[in-house]
Design a protein around this ligand. Sequence first.
Ligand SMILES: [Fe+2]
Length: 258
Amino acid sequence: MNPAQRDELFAWFERYVEPFRDTDPEGRINIQLKIDHTRKVCAAMAELCEGEQLSPSESTLAVVVALLHDVGRFPQYRRWRTFRDSDSDNHARLAIEVLREERLLEACSPEEQLLIEEAIRFHNLLELPKAITSPTRRYIDLIRDADKLDIWRVFVDLLEQPPKERASAATLGLPDLPDMVTDSCVTALAAGRIVRLDTATCFNDFKLMQISWIYDLNSVTARKLLRKRGYIPILAATLPQQDRVKSAVAQALAALSA
Ligand SMILES: [Fe+2]
């Protein structure tokens, strides 16, 4: 992958997403959310590559993984009007379908094609199979970190908006009940485990899940960026101020600073 190939893929992305904007106002906000997310994951990836001292060619490949990791979101939203995989289809699988249909990686070596597809396929798994020790592992770890860094940004921005202006699909249809948290989600966070999306029943649980991602960051640079960006205290401030919630959050923040 050379810089010219990378630039061509960036130009392809802009062309590819354009027709998806042609929908109703609610749909346009949701599509725009994923366009902005992709651009910002690319920027976060560039920061991670610098911090983790990847070579220029490794960084080019990593940024391409970032560019393509969520292309499945566009056909997913057009077909099902949701970003919830469990109500539609796995968006990582859909992304690979797009890459193949569009013959995007034909100019890449077979090794690079495999690496890009693998990194995308594993970017959204709750837990990675321990067996992945191939060279792809590094890129999987990086895309998972870059993706989370920007998902935190999306939600912090969203919380600042009046509920009516929020991208409707971003909260996955979870009801925003200010005083409610689900016991099992608080318990998981307090135990230092990832809160599972399928256990979330309200928007606050979703915030607990996002806080629990602290326990799933791979690189020192991602932890540093998360501390610098200050997303977790902002998310935590919007949770019900119950003792067990506060103590689970404090523990996660302490783990982030350790
Ligand atoms: Fe993403």
